[in-house]
Design a protein around this ligand. Sequence first.
Ligand code: NAD
Length: 284
Amino acid sequence: MQELSGKTAVITGAASGIGLAMAHRFGDAGMNLVLGDVESDALDIATTELSDAGHEVAAMQLDVRDLDGIRAFEAFARESFGNVHVLCNNAGVGAGGPVSDPDNLDLWKWTIDINLWGVIYGCKVFMTGMLEHGEEAHIVNTASMAGHLSAPMMGPYNISKYGVVALSETMAKEALMMGTKIGVSVLCPAFVATGIATSDRNLPENIKAAHGRDAPDEASSGTQSAIEQLVAAGIPAADVAEAVHHAVVNDEFWILTHDDAKAAVTERARQIVDGVNPPLTGFV
Ligand SMILES: NC(=O)c1ccc[n+]([C@@H]2O[C@H](COP(=O)([O-])OP(=O)(O)OC[C@H]3O[C@@H](n4cnc5c(N)ncnc54)[C@H](O)[C@@H]3O)[C@@H](O)[C@H]2O)c1
């Protein structure tokens, strides 16, 4: 989809991090922007920032776990700017916990509902309008290197991101099979300096309380600060947004933003075909 100017991009999780950076990049390309995010205050700030930068912006508070909310968001996008051409299903949260813990199902469900079901809902709801208008369109689904490599203690996150990779590959093949004009990309970064390490800010209060996340002990505070440091050392979100823009313009499916992580993907594929059991290495 080479010409973006005057067309419309819809971005979920647009109030922070990668989503906000994508909004800036697509705005710079002359696109109208439709932003969705669960955090209304941050969304207001992002909207002002993007408007001040000279972009055409419409924003709506949205919880991507809510199918009716996504339908209303799609209608809002069309009412704001007409046909939607680029959709970035990007809203996501980071949460983990061991598979062996029988009491963290609520955390698992929250993560998978946002990271996977939110993306499924977005694709299903927006594709209908894209097929109807028949113009060139492109969907970018945010997965992660966690959609290729299975780090321990990150079960729900890994599952959600593998799901997003599988969904996106399926969509790309169906687009070929059906001859549609909807391009597909899947974004798979390793660490990016964003707010992901503090995803708990959006955790429902009852789940927070059930897991002591409202009053963390010394051990969990230590783990939290280690995660925050890893994320803070990640690449800038603007670099990821640049790669996403490049992929949309050049119709590239895979967006792997971290060259140093690619060897682990190759190694995992080799282990699968060679029948090597999963080692405690090879994740980022
Ligand atoms: N930062 C990284 O290291 C990294 C690496 C790989 C993939 N990702 C993925 O990138 C995406 C964006 O995350 P980020 O790193 O920019 O983090 P971020 O926390 O800065 O931004 C995520 C945004 O999603 C919003 N959000 C959370 N739950 C929502 C919901 N239910 N409905 C709507 N919006 C919701 C948040 O309010 C926030 O604005 C996520 O899907 C994440 O999994 C991030």
